[in-house]
Design a protein around this ligand. Structure first.
Ligand SMILES: [Zn+2]
Length: 749
C-alpha cells in the first residue's frame, strides 16, 4: 500500500488570451502544459490528448515544440483550433468582412440593411443612431430598454425603448415563423425524431438575431470566395451565433453557462457590432502552428487532428507510438454541446455536423454519464499507449462530481494514479497517472476506513482547517490508490458511485471525527473542515509557508516571484500547495517589490541582524515596564509576570516574536487566570490579521486572554511614567492589528 504521492503543482504563467467561445471552453491557464512537457517529455515524443476539448492547450503544446495527436469529436472546436492555428491577422479578417459588408440586400448594402435593425433615436439629441444592445425580461414580447452611446451628443447608458424600437421587433416577429422553420430544417436529419429537442434549443434565438444569422449565412453561401476567405467569414459568423443567443444575462457577469436556459434578465447585442468585434478574438494569437488531419502527421512540432472519437482513432491501424498523454479534462456542458450541434449544422450542414448533432437530443448530462464519457476516451487512449506511459491531466474549476468522474474513469481505464496536487476550489487540480497492465487486482475494500485515514492524515499534515474540495480529492485519490474502483466501467455502476458518496457523507456528518467551521450554507462546500479533536497535528501550513518565505528572502535577499513559487511548490507539494493569496500576503509583509527589476527584496528591518536588535530592545522594554508595574519577571519564551505576593499564579505571559506565526502550544497550555501578549513588529500586523481571517481555528484559539502588541506600542508604553496594571490592561488593547495597517505606520514597527 503505497500512498498516492504528491506532485509538485505547476503554476500558470500569466493569463490566457480571450479566444472565441472562451466562456464555454475549459478554463486553461497558460504555461502549465508547457512546463509539464518541458520537464517530462522529449521533443521527439508524440503527445496524445484524448479529449481535444481545449484549443489553447493543443496550441500551447505545439508552440512549445511538441507534436500532439488529438481526437476531436466536436466540429466547432475542431474548426476553431484549425483557424487559430492558422493565425489570421486583423487585416485579413477585416478585408473578408468588408467584402461581406458590401454585398447587396435588395437595393441596400448588407451592412446598412443589418444596421437598420438596430437603428434608434437618441433620447437627448434626436439623431438616428445605433443601439449597442437591448435589454429584455424573459418571456416579454418586447425589450424594455436599449443601451447606446450617441456619437453625436455623447449621451450614453440605458434608456427606455421607444415606439420605433417596438415596431422593429414587431416587423421581425411577423416573419419569424419562416426563419425559424428554415433554421430548424438545416439541423433536422431526414427521418430524425429529434425535432422537439432542436426546437427547444432554437428558443434561445429570438426573432431579430435569428433573422440576422440567416441573412448573413445566405449571403455568405451565395458569395464566390476563396476557401480561406470563406473560413474567415465562417469564423466571424460563429462568434455572432454565440453573441446572438439569449443566454447572456444582464448585468453581464463573467459567466460560464452550462445549461441552455434564458436568464430572467438578458441582453440582446447589436450583431453587426459583434461581427466587427469578433475580429479581435480571432486574431488574438499570432503564432502559426502546423495542423494536419489524421493520418497525416506534422513534420515537426504541430497538431494532428483525428476528426472523431478517441475510440475510432484507437481502431485505426498504424497509430504512432505515444510518448505521453496530456489533457485538460472537459466538464459536461449541455449548453455548449447543443449550440455546437446547431452552429455546425447551420455553417456546414447536418451531414458535416455528423454524429455530434445527436447531442442535442440529450438534455441531461449527469456525473455518472460523464464518467462513462471520460472512460470512453481514456480507455482507448490507455490501450494504444501500452503500459508505462505517463498521463498528466489538468482539472479546471474542480467540483467533487468532476473529480470523482475523472478519477473513477481513469481507474477503470487501467490508469494508475501516481500523484495529485490541489490548492483550493478555484485553481485547477493537477493529477498524474501511469498506464497499467490489462488486468488489475480487485478485491472488496473497506471504503470507510480508507477515506477516514486519508482525511485524518491530510488534515494532520496541513495542520489547519481546509476546503471541502481538497478533502474530497484526497478521499477519492486514496480510493483509487487502494483499488477501490472496480476494474470495468460496467461494474462502476450508479450504485457503486452512490455508495462512495454516502460513505463520504457519513464521515462528514461524524461530529466526533470532523467539524465544519465558518459555514454560511448547508452544502459541504461552504466553510472549512477541521478535525474535531486535533492532536499532534503539524504546525499550521500558513505558518510553515511564512517561515519558508522568510528563509528564502534572508538567503537570497531578492527573488523573482516565479522563482519563489517554484521553491514553495517544491517544498509544499500535493495538497499542501498554498494559495497565491497566502504567498502574496507573506511576501508583502517581509519584502518590497522592485518594479524596475521585477523582484521582491527583503526589507532592511527584516534582516536577521536588525530583527535581533529589535527583539533585544523589546526584551529590555518588557523589563522596564515590569519594574514600573512592580511585577516579578521570569523566563524568556515566554516572559512570565507574576505578583510578588502570589508567584505561583502567573498574570501575564509575554512572547516576543518577529513573525506572524503564533505558538499554538502556548495558547493551549495557558495557565488559568493568565493573559498572553504576543509582541510583534507592526509590519506583521496585516499578515497576522489575514491569517486569523482565513483560519477559523486560529480565530477560535485566540479569542480568550490573548493580546497582540506591536513593537511601537510596547516602546511607547515603556516610555510612560504613569504606568499601573490597570492602565497596562487598557494600553495593550490600544493599537489593534488590522488589515489596513499602512506601510507608513509599519516603518516604525
Ligand atoms: Zn445624441
Amino acid at each position: 500500500m503505497s500512498p498516492v504521492r504528491s506532485i509538485i503543482y505547476i503554476n500558470p504563467d500569466g493569463t490566457s488570451p480571450v479566444i472565441p467561445l472562451a466562456r464555454f471552453l475549459p478554463a486553461d491557464p497558460p504555461g502549465i502544459v508547457h512546463c509539464w512537457l518541458h520537464r517530462n517529455a522529449s521533443r521527439t515524443d508524440l503527445i496524445l490528448d484524448p479529449f481535444g476539448a481545449s484549443p489553447l492547450m493543443a496550441l500551447e503544446a505545439a508552440t512549445s515544440g511538441y507534436r500532439l495527436l488529438t481526437a476531436c469529436n466536436n466540429p466547432v472546436v475542431d474548426f476553431e483550433l484549425r483557424m487559430l492555428a492558422s493565425a489570421p491577422t486583423r487585416d485579413e479578417l477585416t478585408a473578408a468582412l468588408v467584402e461581406l459588408a458590401s454585398q447587396k440586400k435588395g437595393e441596400e448594402r448588407l451592412e446598412t440593411a443589418i444596421k437598420d435593425l438596430y437603428q434608434t433615436t437618441c433620447a437627448s439629441c434626436g439623431e438616428s443612431i445605433q443601439t449597442s444592445a437591448y435589454l429584455w425580461l424573459r418571456g416579454e414580447p418586447f425589450p424594455h430598454a436599449r443601451i447606446y452611446t450617441c456619437p453625436i451628443c455623447g449621451d450614453s447608458g440605458e434608456h427606455p425603448i421607444t415606439d420605433e424600437d417596438v415596431m422593429k421587433v414587431q416587423q421581425l416577429h411577423r416573419a419569424d415563423r419562416l426563419h425559424r422553420s428554415r433554421a430548424l430544417e438545416r439541423v433536422l436529419d431526414s427521418g430524425s425524431d429529434d425535432r422537439s429537442a432542436i426546437e427547444e434549443a432554437l428558443d434561445v434565438y429570438s426573432s431579430r438575431p435569428l433573422y440576422v444569422i440567416f441573412t448573413l449565412l445566405n449571403k455568405l453561401e451565395g458569395m464566390s470566395l476563396t476557401k480561406r476567405k470563406r473560413e474567415l467569414l465562417q469564423a466571424l459568423l460563429l462568434s455572432v451565433m454565440d453573441a446572438a443567443n439569449t443566454i447572456w444575462s444582464w448585468p453581464q457577469e463573467r459567466e460560464r453557462p452550462r445549461q441552455l436556459s434564458t436568464p430572467p434578465h438578458y441582453i440582446e447585442k447589436n450583431l453587426w457590432l459583434e461581427l466587427e468585434a469578433a475580429i479581435a478574438s480571432w486574431s488574438a494569437l499570432n503564432q502559426r502552428v502546423d495542423v494536419t488531419t489524421w493520418p497525416e502527421m506534422p513534420e515537426g512540432a504541430g497538431i494532428c487532428i483525428h476528426r472523431g472519437r478517441m475510440r475510432d482513432l484507437a481502431r485505426e491501424p498504424g497509430t504512432a507510438k505515444i510518448g505521453h498523454i496530456v489533457t485538460i479534462f472537459p466538464r459536461p456542458n449541455q449548453a455548449f454541446w447543443t449550440l455546437c450541434g446547431l452552429w455546425a449544422s447551420w455553417l456546414w450542414g447536418r451531414e458535416q455536423a455528423g454524429r455530434f448533432a445527436a447531442v442535442m437530443e440529450r438534455k441531461r448530462f449527469d456525473w455518472n454519464w460523464h464518467t462513462s464519457a471520460l472512460h470512453a476516451a481514456l480507455s482507448p487512449a490507455a490501450a494504444i499507449s501500452g503500459p508505462g506511459v505517463r498521463m498528466f491531466g489538468v482539472i479546471p474549476e474542480p467540483a467533487p462530481g468532476l473529480i470523482n468522474a475523472v478519477v473513477g474513469a481513469a481507474s477503470v481505464s487501467r490508469l494508475n494514479l501516481t500523484g495529485f496536487a490541489t490548492i483550493n476550489a478555484v485553481e485547477p487540480v493537477q493529477m498524474e497517472w501511469k498506464t497499467g497492465s490489462m488486468n488489475r487486482e480487485y478485491k472488496p475494500v473497506n471504503l470507510q476506513k480508507i477515506i477516514r485515514e486519508a482525511l485524518r492524515e491530510m488534515l494532520n499534515e496541513i495542520g489547519e482547517p481546509t476546503e471541502y474540495i481538497e478533502l474530497y480529492t484526497a478521499a477519492i485519490c486514496a480510493l483509487a490508490d487502494e483499488n477501490a474502483f472496480p476494474p470495468s466501467i460496467q461494474q462502476l455502476t450508479t450504485e457503486r458511485a452512490s455508495e462512495i458518496q454516502s460513505v463520504i457523507q457519513t464521515l462528514l456528518a461524524d461530529r466526533l471525527f470532523l467539524r465544519r467551521m465558518d459555514a454560511t450554507a448547508k452544502d459541504p462546500e461552504s466553510g472549512l473542515w477541521w478535525l474535531a479533536q486535533p492532536e499532534n497535528t503539524q504546525t499550521p501550513l500558513a505558518d510553515r509557508v511564512e517561515l519558508e518565505i522568510l528563509d528564502l528572502l534572508i538567503n537570497k535577499r531578492e527573488i523573482l516571484y516565479r522563482e519563489l513559487l517554484q521553491n514553495i511548490h517544491q517544498r509544499f507539494p500535493g495538497y499542501l500547495t498554498p494559495s497565491d493569496t497566502l504567498l502574496q500576503h507573506c511576501l508583502e509583509s517581509y519584502a518590497s517589490f522592485d518594479q524596475s527589476h521585477q523582484v521582491w527584496m527583503i526589507k532592511e528591518k527584516d534582516l536577521p541582524s536588525a530583527r535581533e536588535k529589535n527583539m533585544q530592545e523589546m526584551f529590555a522594554n518588557i523589563k522596564v515596564i515590569a519594574q514600573k508595574l512592580g511585577v516579578r519577571i521570569e523566563g524568556d519564551h515566554p516572559v512570565t509576570w507574576t505578583l510578588h505576593a502570589r508567584p505561583e499564579f502567573p498574570l501575564y505571559q509575554l512572547v516576543v516574536g518577529r513573525t506572524a506565526a503564533i505558538d499554538r502550544d502556548l495558547l493551549t497550555n495557558l495557565p488559568d487566570g493568565c493573559e498572553i501578549v504576543f509582541i510583534l513588529p507592526g509590519s506583521r500586523s496585516r499578515l497576522l490579521k489575514f491569517k486569523i481571517e482565513r483560519d477559523p481555528y486560529l480565530a477560535e484559539q485566540i479569542t480568550n486572554h490573548c493580546h497582540f502588541l506591536k513593537y511601537r506600542t510596547l516602546r511607547s508604553i515603556a516610555a510612560r511614567t504613569d504606568l499601573s496594571l490597570e492602565l497596562w490592561k487598557v494600553l495593550i488593547e490600544s493599537d489593534p492589528i488590522s488589515l489596513e495597517e499602512t506601510t507608513q505606520l509599519s516603518m516604525f514597527g
